[in-house]
Design a protein around this ligand. Structure first.
Ligand code: ZN
Length: 90
């Protein structure tokens, strides 16, 4: 899962967020793929501005559209992904 990273949200829950490169790819292509913040899976057929859709994989209400994620800053910089991984597992 190179396009997603786990992180700890402000509420203390572990969540996932996609890379900026993945978001850009989705937005510039069909723009109908969502992302589940709870399990890190992608979901097809999700509008760009979707919020809180039910995830077909984990059933959490955590699926967001690509543009919505981008607008909320819910992504990580793929160029610094190595640094993030190093910090977590060091
Ligand atoms: Zn999920």
């Amino acid at each position: 899962m190179d396009f997603a990273k786990q992180y700890r949200a402000k509420n203390g829950n572990l969540q996932f967020k996609p890379s900026d490169a993945w978001l850009t790819d989705v937005i510039e292509s069909d723009n109908s793929t969502g992302f589940c913040l709870a399990c890190g899976e992608t979901v097809d057929g999700v509008e760009p501005d979707a919020q809180g859709y039910t995830c077909p994989h984990c059933h959490a209400l955590k699926v967001y559209g690509a543009e919505e994620l981008y607008n909320r800053g819910l992504y990580f910089d793929a160029d610094h992904a190595e640094d993030i991984a190093r910090g977590r597992f060091a």
